[in-house]
Design a protein around this ligand. Structure first.
Ligand code: SF4
Length: 487
């Protein structure tokens, strides 16, 4: 279904993409039921906390170099501000960019404001943001509290825009709106597409938008060999760069779970073609991705040459790694498509994937092209794998890890990696999403896993001294015991 950028807010993923947070079975079954439209959410009768969509929206907007974010909510909603600033600075350093702090303000809604309204506090905070940071754009992100009391965020933004003479853009991302925190990415992109991106002044035949988080710059070298230049968005971009997203020759993304909305919006509104195949993790996927990028940008010959050259370059080392990794069992936990990608990489390296859990599952993507179905690609190219969908429910994850006891636990988020370590399982925290990109990424993973399994002393020691918050009773139950039966 086409996106509707005339709407003031992006539809949440549950409604737009049929997304779910509860499932247990196999990847093949998940794929089949998504295709057939028979997949239903399995609610939990007990759950722990998970990430919220407001936080993911802020995390994208906070790293725009010359913008400011005013989060209209209680102080607790700003709990991740320090972390965003740390990630922001670390990422800029990694990319060799001058360091800047994230420009963030929270309106600190209190009981009094909940009763009488928080409009005045919001006005004050936006004026303060203008004064302190001199931003090009101010984004106002909403929260559960401001949503429930019905503060007129959009009306206030309009009023302040006139007063201050710069774009003041409301972003509708109340935590309670969606169970899928990736809806927050979409809310941020919706605001950027509606209010920041401008029609192209001149097309740039070499420029490729790369929707990503904060990983190392690996695309400059790879694209350079095709005569292309990466345009990294959204973290560490400035408003000028975002205004000109429409001028690119194509858009790629390191994970369609992250960028589905922005990539589809750029194609629909400005004709910037999206590379609609699984992202470049694992040998087959890299081949496909380079071919499609070559086709879209008119560089087919160069892509074929690059594939042949790189395959030949890594062949010997890959074989050696496969020999050393053979027989090891892995468990994977990550966001949806990123999780599928890691499974493909591990299988390419010859590991047995004993199971995987992904934080949510989108039954379709915004571009609607089956060629972009990463899960289907994984099952067809690498075979089936046991898979559950669990929105960072630690109790389920600990139960699964304890039951499976893999040789290595590969995980994308630090809040979850601690469980592997506490169980004494060598754990590889995949913090830089670009670490596994391309052919070199495959080798990177192989070496990192060998490091993790070859040095288990720290996690074993930790496990001897750590006490889990879960009882033996729980560890004996089925991991999905609190998930309702299939409807
Ligand atoms: S927006 Fe809602 S769910 Fe998110 S941190 Fe604030 S109160 Fe919690």
């Amino acid at each position: 279904m086409p996106l509707n950028l005339e709407l003031s807010e992006a539809p949440i993923r549950e409604n737009r993409l049929g997304s779910v947070t509860g499932y247990n079975g196999t990847a093949g079954e998940l794929c089949r039921r998504s295709r057939e439209g028979t997949l239903r959410e399995r609610e939990r009768s007990f759950s722990q906390c998970a990430t919220c969509a407001s936080v993911t929206a802020i995390c994208k907007l906070a790293m725009i170099r010359d913008a400011a974010v005013v989060n209209h909510g209680a102080l607790g909603c700003a709990g991740d501000f320090a972390n965003f600033n740390f990630v922001n600075r670390a990422g800029q350093a990694r990319r060799g960019r001058p360091l800047r702090n994230a420009n963030l303000i929270n309106t600190n809604l209190l009981e009094h404001d909940i009763v009488f309204g928080g409009g005045e506090k919001l006005r004050e905070a936006v004026r303060e943001a203008r004064e302190r940071f001199s931003p090009r754009v101010i984004f106002i992100t909403t929260s559960c509290a401001s949503g429930i009391i019905g503060d007129d965020t959009a009306g206030i933004a309009e009023e302040l825009e006139k007063e201050l003479g710069l774009p003041v853009v409301p972003v509708s991302c109340e935590g309670f709106r969606s169970q899928i925190w990736a809806s927050g990415f979409d809310a941020a992109y919706h605001a950027i597409l509606r209010r920041v991106v401008k029609p192209p002044r001149q097309k740039r035949p070499d420029l490729v938008n790369v929707i990503n988080f904060w990983g190392e710059d690996v695309f400059s070298e790879l694209f350079g060999r095709l005569g292309l230049t990466p345009n990294y968005v959204v973290p560490f971009a400035d408003i000028d760069q975002l205004e000109r997203l429409s001028e690119a020759v194509a858009t790629v993304q390191i994970c369609p779970t992250l960028g589905t909305y922005l990539a589809a919006g750029l194609e629909e509104r400005y004709g910037v073609p999206e590379v609609k195949v699984p992202p470049p993790y694992g040998r087959d996927a890299v081949d496909n991705w380079l071919r499609e990028l070559g086709r879209v940008t008119g560089r087919e010959k160069e892509s074929e040459a690059l594939i042949a050259e790189e395959r030949a370059r890594i062949a010997g080392e890959l074989e050696e790694l496969r020999g050393r990794l053979k027989g090891l069992r892995a468990f994977v936990a990550a966001g949806a498509v990123y999780g599928h990608s890691i499974v493909a990489v591990l299988k390419d390296l010859g590991l047995e994937v004993a199971g995987a859990t992904v934080w949510h599952h989108d039954t379709r993507f915004d571009h609607g092209d089956p060629a972009g179905d990463t899960l289907d690609h994984l099952v067809r190219s690498h075979g089936d794998v046991a898979m559950s969908v669990c929105n960072k429910q630690s109790f389920e994850l600990v139960n699964m890890l304890n039951r499976i006891r893999p040789d290595v636990f590969v995980v994308r988020h630090n809040g979850m990696s601690v469980w592997g370590a506490k169980l004494g399982i060598p754990t590889f925290l995949m913090g830089d999403e670009h670490f596994g990109v391309g052919y070199e990424g495959l080798l990177n993973y192989g070496h990192k896993i060998l490091d993790a399994v070859g040095n288990p002393a720290f996690v074993r020691n930790l496990a001897r001294h750590a006490r889990l918050p879960y009882t033996d009773w729980w560890l004996r139950q089925d991991a999905c015991a609190f998930m309702e039966d299939e409807p």
